[in-house]
Design a protein around this ligand. Structure first.
Ligand code: NAD
Length: 366
């Protein structure tokens, strides 16, 4: 089969880790007899430099007319001026909006070989395997009013946490759909003791649960969830949360896996199989959860595993290539078991290799 992929490496370590993900994708192509047609576009800081905008028209067009998007990361000190008219993040925010990517899936798995790379006690990490489903296009980050102003008694600022019933129902449903294929436990995170929007969230989660009698639904307040993620992370199966809560909890969860460089993500406009709610031809985006890591960019030491596992999620969710996705995930587990490490996960053991060497050994195991 032929598949088209738009590749947006971005800034900083983005191009370094995406080069390894495409290297492994080429190995999948060779082993499984598919053809992946890659089109490259500029986005973020480098697009501001070359086109004056974080998402040039030609990149937007590439994103709309493709099977899936593989994305690196955008941003960096060069474009950090808070008063700038255009910012690198505008690029990714515009793509999410344009494609209706409302569900951000972040699987968090702890590899037994890396248990000592995490600051958490090893016995707490055994069996950790969860997916955080973060709402991506609404909530506190987007609702209006959102502004700052001057009053006679000083400066003021406001953000708004607003959700519609439809927005909550579709993200909660995505959580249930995922849980159906896993351990069938859905943890809905909110702050219903304080926030009205959270009380609505909880009510709708209960209503949607009627369609999923096999899935156990539990409600956990976000502050408690933050604590339980460290105290008893193996408890969780699928977590669904509002945009801000999900953003914070997933960075916390990355500590379990030992490094920001390990974790992949998928941003979807609906889950495959979720009863007719998907856009007819949805394009999804896949990116490691980390940023551009300016402190290590250009040194050849970035961990490419988050990007490679994001590519595996693309094979699974956009192209339905489950065997191929598993082959990539098994190759990652295999090289970790053999002791290959980038510096961020080296701890006090293993063979330290460069970004390209790690990508090469993973590609070699496909
Ligand atoms: P970051 O994720 O870039 O880095 C945090 C820490 O994790 C750093 O110490 C870094 O060296 C390490 N790290 C990150 N990726 C790694 C990898 N692949 N291998 C090894 N170590 C890795 O977060 P930050 O420093 O807060 O942000 C840096 C820039 O990235 C900022 O401009 C920010 O706006 C941007 N950013 C972009 C995205 C995105 O494009 N989706 C996401 C987050 C941050």
């Amino acid at each position: 089969m032929n598949y088209s992929v738009t590749v947006l490496p971005g800034d900083g370590v983005g191009p370094e880790v995406i080069a390894e993900a495409t290297k492994v994708l080429k190995a999948v192509e060779g082993q499984f007899g598919h053809s992946f047609d890659l089109s490259y576009g500029s986005v973020g800081g480098n697009a501001i430099d070359s086109h004056g905008t974080a998402l040039p028209d030609e990149t937007a067009e590439l994103c709309e007319n493709t099977g899936a998007i593989l994305f690196g990361a955008v941003g960096g000190p060069k474009w950090d001026d808070p008063s700038a008219a255009v910012r690198p993040e505008d690029g990714i925010l515009a793509i999410r909006k344009m494609l209706g990517l409302f569900a951000n899936l972040r699987p968090v798995r702890v590899y037994p070989e890396l248990i000592n790379s995490s600051p958490i006690k090893p016995h707490l990490l055994e069996g950790v395997d969860m997916v955080v489903v973060r709402e991506l296009t609404g909530g506190l980050y987007f609702a209006t009013p959102k502004r700052r102003w001057q009053t006679s008694r000083g400066r003021r600022g406001v953000d708004t946490l607003r959700y519609t019933e439809a927005e909550i129902a579709r993200i909660v449903r995505a959580g249930f759909e995922l849980a159906m294929g896993r351990r069938k436990l859905l943890t809905s995170v909110d702050k219903a003791n304080v926030l009205e929007s959270s009380r609505l969230w909880r009510e709708i989660a209960d209503e949607v649960s009627a369609d999923y009698p096999d899935v156990e639904l539990e409600h956990v307040l976000v502050d408690n969830a933050a604590m339980q993620l460290i105290r008893n992370p193996a408890h969780f199966d699928v977590i669904v949360a509002e945009n801000t809560f999900g953003d914070i909890l997933t960075d916390e969860a990355s500590v379990l896996s030992g490094s920001m460089g390990m974790l992949p993500s998928a941003s979807l406009a609906g889950l495959p199989g979720s009863s007719g709610r998907r856009r007819r031809r949805a394009v999804s985006l896949y990116e490691p959860i980390h940023g551009t890591a300016p402190d290590i960019a250009g040194q050849g030491v970035a961990n490419p595993i988050g990007a490679i596992l994001s590519m595996a999620l693309m094979l699974r969710y956009s192209f339905g290539l489950e065997d191929e996705a598993r082959a990539v995930e098994d190759a990652v587990s295999g090289v970790l078991a053999e002791g290959y490490r980038t510096p961020d996960i080296a701890g006090d053991s293993g063979d330290i290799v460069s970004t390209t060497e790690l990508g090469g050994v993973i590609a070699g195991r496909i």
